[in-house]
Design a protein around this ligand. Structure first.
Ligand code: NI
Length: 347
């Protein structure tokens, strides 16, 4: 076992009896800055910090899977790398998030990782729902920052100024045409302006306006098209309005895409070990982002969801809610499927 991979990450190796590929199983461990309001006997003891996304459940599943596979290591052809990852929810003040930090510390090397599996307990769906699908499952996220530079002046004499406020308004309007006119009708993208800042007084045309927001996409080609159009529109409209524009689009996470062959194996394992489950292999896309996408952009893999809500037991609050909690039966399904799929891949 190696500690301190990506600051507080932990990596464990399990070697099978026979040689074969290396499979990385990733379980995120981090909590969120939320005051827990579940009243559960196992509620957080730390004020202002809570496991509001179910990553404590993922950690439990990971430890259980390690125990199960260790008991069956004679049947495994290959190596399993157990990866317990910090900071999935955000970079926690660091430059990069947990997956990237662990990659920087070499989690994909020594031995070199060939495939990967990971999962999320999912309170948007009831207990018994299992989702294993090929293709994109979580969106890629970009953060953009724009500075529109005009020429400040008196609000009553706009002809002597170059108004960055009017320019910003035109840019916001023009950017709406990216999703409606440049992205195909069956493709998916979101462009949202979420911060607009400018001005100091009612009678002053400001010198600058700052804007921020986010772009979300699934398909990397759509992502490139949207980002290129976005930059063209911001610069082109600013130029037409006599302003200058600085645009910075920063990729936060690529989209999370499941590889066909690994996913097919997990689907078979799911049908075998969870025969009573509601197996959903149709696209179920969420616009949320997941930093496992960094690992899966380098290595073939499958990320699956296990339904964990139970309305009768009031365990159906959404992820990141102060009352979030899941039905622990989902831990059994999660561990069973992860262990079976890992064993099937290294058969
Ligand atoms: Ni999460």
């Amino acid at each position: 076992m190696t500690k301190g991979v990506g600051k507080t990450g932990v990596v464990g190796l399990l070697e099978g009896a026979k040689p074969g590929p290396t499979l990385l199983l990733r379980f995120d461990m981090d909590a969120l800055p939320i005051n827990e309001d579940t009243g559960a006997e196992y509620a957080s003891l730390n004020q202002g910090i809570m496991h509001a996304c179910g990553h404590d459940g993922h950690t439990s599943i990971g430890l259980t899977v390690a125990k199960i596979l260790n008991a069956h290591k004679n049947e495994l052809a290959g190596t399993i790398k157990f990866c317990f990852q910090p900071s999935e929810e955000g970079s926690n003040g660091e430059e990069i998030g947990g997956a990237e930090m662990m990659m920087k510390d070499g989690v994909l090397e020594g031995p070199k990782v060939d495939m990967t599996l990971s999962m999320h307990l999912w309170n948007e769906k009831p207990l018994g729902w299992v989702h294993v699908a090929k293709g994109p499952v979580m969106a890629g996220a970009e953060e953009f920052k724009i500075k529109i530079i005009g020429k400040g002046g008196h609000g009553a004499i706009p002809n002597l100024a170059i108004d960055p406020v009017v320019c910003a308004a035109q840019i916001i309007s023009a950017a709406q045409s990216i999703v409606s006119r440049n992205v195909g009708p069956l493709e998916t993208a979101v462009v949202s302006f979420t911060i607009v800042k400018g001005g100091t007084a009612f009678n002053v045309i400001p010198q600058e306006v700052m804007m921020e927001g986010t772009i979300r996409t699934f398909d990397p080609q759509v992502r490139n098209k949207v980002v290129n159009r976005f930059e063209e529109i911001v610069k082109g409209v600013a130029s037409a309005m006599g302003c200058q524009a600085e645009v910075n689009v920063k990729q936060l996470t690529p989209s999370l895409i499941n590889t066909e062959h690994v996913t097919a194996t997990v689907q078979e394992s799911a049908r075998r070990v969870l025969p009573q489950a509601n197996h959903d292999n149709t696209p179920y896309l969420t616009m949320g982002a997941e930093d496992m996408a960094y690992i899966q952009s380098k290595v073939d893999g499958c990320y699956f969801f296990i339904g964990s809500a139970n309305t009768e037991k009031h365990l159906d609050y959404g992820h990141h809610h102060p009352k979030f909690d899941f039905d622990e039966q989902a831990l059994i399904s999660g561990a069973a499927l992860m262990a079976a799929a890992a064993a099937d891949i290294l058969k």
